[in-house]
Design a protein around this ligand. Structure first.
Ligand code: AMP
Length: 421
């Protein structure tokens, strides 16, 4: 029997408290399965995509262990090591630990490349409970003797398929070789190709297997579309989309992503002026303001929420039917994260991205990581064929030219894509 509510899971009081504060009531399938096994100390092989709640699935039991068995950490060591393929993902995992562990005393830090190493070295000097790292920089700091892995109790390899795609196999093996034999290891990958299973076998000890069926995970059910438009046309196009949404029989909630806080505010105001129930959430709003906005959104009182990436992190509203990327994210991973807001729990969802001339490069990067062209939707008054053609020309030979859908909106021309990471 898998628990259907968090209360049924034997988690410590400070974790139950944070779950209540985050309004998480029901564990996702991976959480319901993984948390009890991990609390028993089992190793885990998890086949799950992002958006399934896997981060809380591993962070909660680890935080529980740190809380129940507090220990003075030795200089330059860590009790938990999480390896993630990119700086962006490492940052997200780090933030999740901070959020879920906010009522627990523990120390954590991030180690990743592309920035100066001195603050990272300083942060590691006294040792930490949780270290989230990308493989390259971690090895750099180990080689310089700033980090020592001999005290690792929990080892998490996240998004292993991407890690291997990025050529980190050797680095991962080197890191694993430095870990103590007595440890609990967790291994997550969106796919389990033979080379991945082979690697898992060298790392895990009698692991429990959990597989969250790919056909019901978020990305499979999302209809993705891109509109090539000018910056000025974005507002009227959004209004057209929202009008169609508001007129639909089963009216669902919409989340609109803006790159900046200022842009989010401005957009929410202008949508309100145009008669849509809209509100904005972003980092400049207080926790209380954000909670209030979220609550009104969930209840459908303001069915349109304009958000920045950071503010949308905790938003889990199952009834979100439409995600609009008003601005494309400059971090391609954020695209996957954003569209993961819709089509939760096996429901269908639609994600429409607006791409203006300045954003063609972002679109290219996104299509590279999701490994598919996003079908274009051009049946609206603001389509710029020249931009679409430039995009198609600029693409590498990896993709076929996306088909052009001349059928409006939700009905025909549905083209589902695998938004795999
Ligand atoms: P992840 O797959 O770990 O990236 O999680 C995806 C998103 O789901 C994150 O934004 C979490 O805040 C949110 N989330 C995770 N678990 C739950 C839950 N049990 N209830 C509601 N939201 C959740």
């Amino acid at each position: 029997m898998t628990p259907t509510r968090f209360e049924a899971l034997p988690l410590a009081a400070p974790l139950h408290r944070v779950l209540r504060e985050l309004h998480y009531t029901t564990p996702t399938p991976i959480q319901a399965q993984a948390i009890p096994l991990l609390l028993q100390g089992r190793d885990l092989l998890g086949c799950a995509q992002t958006g399934t709640g896997k981060t809380a699935g591993f962070a909660l039991p680890i935080l529980q262990a740190l809380h129940e068995r507090p220990r003075q950490v030795r200089p330059r060591t860590c009790r938990t090591l999480v390896l993630a393929p990119t700086r962006e993902l490492a940052g997200q995992v780090g933030k999740s630990f901070t959020t879920y562990g906010q009522h627990i005393r523990f120390r954590q830090t991030l180690v990743y490349g592309g920035v100066g190493q001195v603050p990272q070295v300083n942060a590691m000097r006294a040792g930490v409970d949780v270290l989230v790292a990308t493989p390259g920089r971690l090895l750099d700091l180990i080689d310089q003797r700033h980090i020592d892995l001999s005290q690792v109790e929990f080892f998490v390899l996240d998004e292993v398929d991407r890690m291997l795609d990025m050529g980190f196999l050797r680095d991962v093996k080197r890191i694993v070789a430095m870990l103590p034999a007595r440890r609990q290891s967790l291994f997550f990958s969106a796919t389990l190709a033979p080379n991945i299973v082979e690697l898992a076998q060298t790392i895990l000890r009698d692991p429990a297997h959990i597989s969250i069926a790919p056909e019901t995970t978020t990305a499979e059910n999302i209809e993705q579309q891109v509109c090539f438009v000018s910056r000025e046309a974005k507002r009227p196009l959004l209004e057209q989309l929202l009008r169609a949404q508001a007129g639909a029989k089963d009216q669902k909630l919409t989340i609109v992503f803006s790159r900046t806080k200022h842009g989010a505010n401005k957009l929410a105001k202008s949508l309100c002026a145009a008669g849509f129930g809209a509100d904005a959430i972003h980092g400049n709003k207080s926790q209380a303001q954000r909670e209030k906005a979220l609550d009104r959104f969930k209840r459908g009182l303001t069915p349109v929420l304009v958000a920045t990436d950071v503010a949308a992190r905790g938003v889990d509203v199952r009834a979100i039917g439409l995600v609009v990327n008003y601005d494309l994210p400059n971090e391609p991973e954020a695209y996957v994260h954003r569209i993961g807001r819709t089509a939760r729990a096996g429901a269908d969802g639609r994600a429409v991205s607006f791409c203006s001339e300045e954003e063609l490069e972002y679109l290219r990067e996104i299509e590279k990581i999701i490994r598919m062209p996003i079908p274009r939707w051009d049946d609206h008054d603001w389509h710029i064929e020249e931009l679409a053609a430039r995009h198609a020309r600029g693409k590498s030979g990896v993709f076929k030219t996306p088909h052009s859908s001349h059928q409006a909106g939700r009905g025909g021309g549905r083209s589902r894509g695998r938004g795999r990471r």
